[in-house]
Design a protein around this ligand. Structure first.
Ligand SMILES: Nc1ncnc2c1ncn2[C@@H]1O[C@H](COP(=O)(O)OP(=O)(O)OP(=O)(O)O)[C@@H](O)[C@H]1O
Ligand SMILES: [Mg+2]
Length: 461
């Protein structure tokens, strides 16, 4: 069993769980060929994932070990039991957390042990190369921001390229605003190339720039040979050795051609020069979107920073989104404009809520509400409204009420016999659970923000 989202809460824990599950299947496919050859055994694995509240920590009466227990752990095993051999099955709760980032199979009803009725589940064939399928409500407010972006787009397409950063805390609407700008550009016939940074790929050199290259070269879905031909058509005058380096970046290199032996810094410089000159040669207007730059890898950051320097000489607009904690090179481009998103006003928030829920009473605000429930942050009402339909532990009022999880199930009581040192102090922790002082427990995290764990169960078929 693997647990994601505990002890450290991660906002993309569900996606990480999916990536791990797919990675395991990939490895096993490789191993299976060897096992088949050597032992004549058809080795295939099933993987199941589920998401929900659990009790996590070092629990147990014998040797303590970090683990997660509770009803939801069992559901991950149930998902594994209904997955076809070689596949990954997600429960409905996990599927909802990764839709937009993963390619999901059609919803299906499955029968699992212990449940009277069939329950929904979805297969996970792969993780999407681009973010997909997020449904948006009508944009509320942001008129000034949108008209600023429209003006910058206009200026850029007329030949005076510009760079704009949309900055704000999680859920404030950076992606939403960027999506509006993209729509606007497309409606004007301007080409748009988007990429995004991911928290789990911050240490992967070239990750973001490689993805941007795939987007700008329109290489997705092409075989490697055609992709190489396409790259050569786009930069016809490039040095052949540089082209070999460039092929390697989006993973389309010819396996029979050796990479030039140069140090990583020289490689970065040569690629930067090549990409910049390709950009300078561009005559058609374009919009480049780089989302979530707070997670960018260092090499991509330095290459993109160099690219930003030539943008004013091109008919392009570069739109970067990031959270306020980011202070890297992309936040300091000379001549770059910054749009800092403020929270929506009360009336805008209530307009958004009314659209999502129908007429409602205004939310009471509580100083003790969860950190995800910032007043004016559209994420909070959206999450609340979604969850009020689908998840019993979230409701509109949850944004204003301290989240109090259900205390231990009987299974937990059986397994956690040791009295808590804090049980007699009137602490809010459950009796009989020992929570080590420096380790966080999932129960301690507000379920409205980071519903908390992923479990992968493995078994051979
Ligand atoms: N002005 C708005 N009108 C309507 N819906 C909005 C608005 N701003 C944000 N939303 C909605 O709120 C949710 C969160 O917004 P969004 O994903 O854009 O946040 P973000 O700032 O990009 O957060 P993160 O830093 O986590 O990427 C989305 O569902 C989005 O459609
Ligand atoms: Mg975003």
């Amino acid at each position: 069993m693997a647990v994601f989202g505990a002890p450290a809460a991660l906002e993309d824990h569900a996606l990480r769980g999916c990536l791990a599950a797919l990675g395991i299947q990939e490895e096993v496919t490789r191993l299976a060929a060897e096992v088949d050859r050597r032992d004549g055994v058809d080795l295939r694995l099933r993987v199941g994932l589920n998401s929900g509240q659990v009790i996590a920590g070092e629990v147990g009466s014998a040797a303590l070990g970090y683990t997660a227990i509770g009803e939801q752990v069992g559901m991950a095993q149930r998902m594994e039991s209904v997955a076809p051999p070689g596949a990954v099955m997600l429960s409905d709760s996990t599927a909802r957390l990764v839709e937009g980032a993963a390619v999901l199979g059609e919803p299906q009803l499955v029968r699992v042990k212990g449940a009277e009725d069939a329950i929904p589940a979805r297969l996970l064939p792969s993780v999407a190369a681009r973010r997909t399928g997020v449904s948006y409500s009508t944009l509320v407010g942001r008129e000034w921001e949108l008209s600023t972006l429209a003006a910058m787009l206009d200026r850029s397409t007329s030949g005076r390229g510009s760079v704009v950063a949309v900055v704000g805390p999680p859920g404030i609407g950076k992606t939403r605003l960027a999506a509006e700008a993209v729509q606007l550009a497309k409606s004007l016939g301007v080409e748009v190339f988007s990429t995004f940074c991911e928290s789990h790929a911050t240490d992967v050199p070239f990750h973001v720039v490689a993805r941007l290259l795939r987007a700008t070269g329109q290489l997705t879905g092409m075989d490697d040979e055609s992709a190489r031909a396409q790259v050569r058509a786009q930069v016809p005058d490039a040095d052949p050795q540089d082209l070999v380096l460039l092929d390697d970046l989006p993973g389309i290199a010819d396996p029979d051609v050796q990479l030039p032996k140069i140090d990583p810094d020289a490689r970065r410089r040569r690629l930067t020069a090549l990409i910049n000159s390709a950009q300078l040669a561009r005559t058609e207007p374009a919009v480049f979107v780089v989302e979530d730059a707070h997670w960018i890898d260092k090499v991509s950051e330095s290459m993109l920073a160099a690219l930003l320097a030539v943008i004013p000489q091109t008919p392009s607009l570069v739109l970067i989104t990031y959270r306020p904690e980011y202070h890297g090179a992309l936040a300091h481009g000379a001549g770059a404009q910054t749009i800092a998103l403020a929270p929506l006003s009360d009336s805008e928030t209530s307009t958004l809520l009314t659209e999502l829920l129908g007429p409602i009473r205004p939310l009471a605000r509580s100083p003790g509400s969860s950190p995800g429930a910032r007043p004016g942050t559209p994420f909070s009402p959206r999450r609340s409204s979604v969850s009020s339909q689908n998840a019993p532990c979230w409701s509109v009022s949850a944004a204003a009420t301290p989240a109090v999880p259900m205390w231990p199930t009987s299974a937990c009581r059986r397994r956690c016999r040791r009295p808590s040192p804090r049980a007699s102090t009137g602490s809010a922790e459950p009796p009989n659970i020992r929570l080590p002082p420096r380790r966080s427990s999932v129960l301690a995290s507000p379920p409205i923000c980071w519903p908390a764990w992923r479990s992968i169960r493995l078994s051979t078929s």
